[in-house]
Unconditional design. Structure first.
Length: 421
């Protein structure tokens, strides 16, 4: 069954989000450099400031889930984006730790909840399962491409000897946020009025559904073995264990982004015909292989061989991401309803927030202790856990839940009921 046409409001939303992500790309890789080298804040202090921002995001993401269900996704996302714009302006004029702290707390408190808000908006704008899956995949591709473009532009402008160059980038990011906020005003409210005498929903209602719990477990495992581990582990392992240059690390990130942009729609056509549970298991297998290949980069081989392993890792990892993008988010939203959608997406995002705090410490800790192979092994084991959850979901989900489009005629319906009450 072909997917329904993408609504005009959805196309407008994707365009606005791409603009905002381009702005984020201008500064995302340079905030630490700006605070440390351009503003002269000691590196350990910068680390604490960034950790404080991540902690603020951890608290904010749970509150945002409630607000998404109470106030509507559009209103909450608009507030989040305006908060990010304010944080960027504050960062532009931060000159010491005292002035940087409130900016980073605000930025962290708006960055983490942004992703469940975006997922909720997409799910509400595109209730058709096939169209929704396609939009999740396109949004993931557009975000990666936009971040990549922004990073290239930011690298061309940033100069540690001229703090004004960073200020221009932060203010440009604030402007991109304002453009996105303006775009959001053209979307529908995206809020369903609660039925009269309906019991107030809570996070307990989200966790009461066994299938949804399994999907959230999958998102937790993916958070700790996916992008957050990649983001912190790639530069640390590649430079310390594989002994490759920073230039190679940067090129490997380009390989990752390019593969995502080029392969996402091709992979989407394959994933659309498969079970969601099978796609989840396949993504776990691909990520496990990618981490194993990365582990080989530490072997005592020629430099070209180690570089090939690093590039192979980022390419395989990108392939795994293209399978995950149209699978995990749509599955979480398929297993919930509008009454709980914001909370469900926020719990999935909470895993990412936790991973952003824990993964850098795990990666650097194991590598510094000479136990990099143990770190790689744990990541591979975690990816195998994703395969196990996918197999469990295959038995638990109904055909309507497991397939994006109609299930094949030969498939028999699971005995379990559609929902666990």
């Amino acid at each position: 069954m072909p997917a329904a046409a993408m609504p005009a409001a959805t196309r407008l939303f994707l365009a606005g989000n791409a603009v905002a992500m381009t702005g984020n790309g201008l500064v995302l890789a340079f905030t630490l450099i700006y605070l440390h080298q351009a503003r002269g804040i000691a590196l350990p202090v910068v680390g604490l400031l960034l950790a404080a921002g991540a902690a603020a995001g951890l608290l904010a993401v749970t509150v945002s889930g409630v607000l998404l269900d109470w106030l509507g996704a559009r209103r909450v996302l608009t507030g989040i984006i305006l908060g990010q714009a304010a944080a960027q302006v504050l960062l532009a004029w931060a000159h010491n730790a005292a002035t940087a702290l409130p900016a980073l707390l605000l930025y962290g408190a708006t960055w983490a909840p942004m992703f469940p808000a975006i997922s909720t908006v997409i799910a509400r704008l595109t209730p058709d399962p096939a169209t929704q899956q396609r939009v999740f995949a396109i949004n993931f591709t557009a975000q990666n491409a936009a971040l990549g473009v922004g990073t290239v532009l930011g690298a061309a402008v940033a100069n540690v000897h001229h703090p004004g160059s960073f200020q221009a980038l932060f203010l440009a990011n604030a402007a991109s946020c304002l453009i996105f906020a303006a775009v959001l005003t053209f979307l529908p409210t995206l809020r369903t009025a609660p039925a009269k005498k309906e019991r107030r929903a809570s996070y307990r209602d989200v966790l009461a559904h066994s299938r949804l719990r399994l999907a959230l477990v999958a998102s937790l495992i993916v958070a700790f073995t996916g992008y957050t581990a990649f983001d912190s582990g790639l530069p640390a392992y590649a430079s310390v264990e594989a002994h490759v240059s920073a230039r190679i690390v940067a090129l490997s990130l380009t390989v990752n982004t390019a593969l995502i942009v080029l392969a996402q729609l091709f992979v989407l056509r394959r994933v659309r015909r498969a079970r969601r549970s099978s796609a989840l298991a396949v993504s776990g297998l691909i990520l496990a292989v990618s981490w194993a290949v990365f582990g080989l980069a530490a072997l005592p081989v020629a430099a070209t061989g180690r570089i090939a392993f690093v590039f192979g890792f980022t390419a395989l990892f990108g392939l795994g991401e293209t399978v995950l993008a149209p699978t995990v988010g749509p599955l979480v939203n398929r297993l919930t309803d509008d009454r709980l959608r914001g909370r469900a997406n926020s719990l999935a995002a909470l895993s990412q927030s936790l991973a952003f705090i824990v993964c850098p410490a795990l990666a650097t800790g194991f590598i510094a202790a000479g136990a990099a192979a143990v770190w790689i092994g744990l990541l591979c084991a975690g990816c195998l856990g994703t395969i196990a959850v996918g197999a469990r979901l295959r038995r638990a989900l109904t055909s309507d839940q497991d397939y994006v489009t109609e299930a094949p005629a030969t498939e028999s319906e699971p005995v379990a009921a559609v929902r666990d009450e």
